[in-house]
Design a protein around this ligand. Structure first.
Ligand code: HEM
Length: 180
């Protein structure tokens, strides 16, 4: 994944636990070079190693780290120069969720090797929808829960998020029921 993702993990760890904690995680993950370049494409394995090392060093579960990371991502990208892109994606939560693929298409202009997730909205009502999440990667559904919570805060909505189908259980793609 592009360095922007690894930098967001670094930012979350340093803000929550300090520089020393980050150094421990970075070293355990084998990231010797201190500087992460946002627009460089790193192997996915590095991102997964950083998450694994964060679990170990902070004594946390991977699901909790990924969920916290998803929530942090919404704030981090806005601070890192992507505020306009977020703004263009939608002025309401359902509009935003329907335009997630368009958002990543715009990102792909800057990051040509991007391998983005795909999202579809189904069964929309005035105060709920089902979000289907598809990715070539496994194990990132908890991040989507965090992303949704972050977006709930962005749109000042009290959200309830429930995962109602799990790719890992062979139930088809991950599916989330989102209510507000
Ligand atoms: C302007 C804001 C955003 C930017 C710049 C951005 C960019 C990226 C980048 C660089 C990756 C790594 C993929 C790769 O390098 O191949 C990624 C992955 C991902 N993004 Fe976004 N993104 C943004 C907002 C969002 C939002 C709001 C969501 C909400 C659902 C989202 C969902 C995801 C997920 C779940 C992944 C994990 C990769 C996967 O599932 O395969 N992103 N995004």
């Amino acid at each position: 994944m592009y360095g922007l993702v690894n930098k967001a993990i670094q930012d979350m760890v340093i803000k929550g636990h300090g520089e020393e904690a980050w150094k421990g995680i970075r070293m355990e993950a084998g990231l010797d070079d201190e500087r992460i370049v946002s627009l460089k494409n790193y192997p996915d394995s590095l991102t997964f190693k950083l998450v694994g090392a964060a679990c170990h060093q902070l004594g946390a579960e991977a699901n909790d780290i990924l969920e916290a990371f998803g929530e942090h991502w919404v704030l981090y990208t806005a601070e890192e120069g992507y505020a306009d892109m977020l703004e263009f994606t939608g002025s309401t939560l359902p509009e935003f969720l329907n335009n997630l693929d368009l958002l990543h298409l715009r990102v792909k202009n800057l990051m040509p090797e991007l391998s983005p997730p795909q999202f579809t909205c189904e069964n929309e009502t005035e105060n709920s929808l089902e979000l289907i999440y598809q990715s070539k990667r496994d194990g990132l559904a908890p991040m989507v829960v965090g992303l949704l919570n972050g977006l709930g805060k962005r749109f000042k909505k009290e959200l309830q998020v429930e995962q109602i189908a799990h790719k890992a259980d062979g139930q088809g793609p991950d599916r989330f029921l989102v209510k507000w």
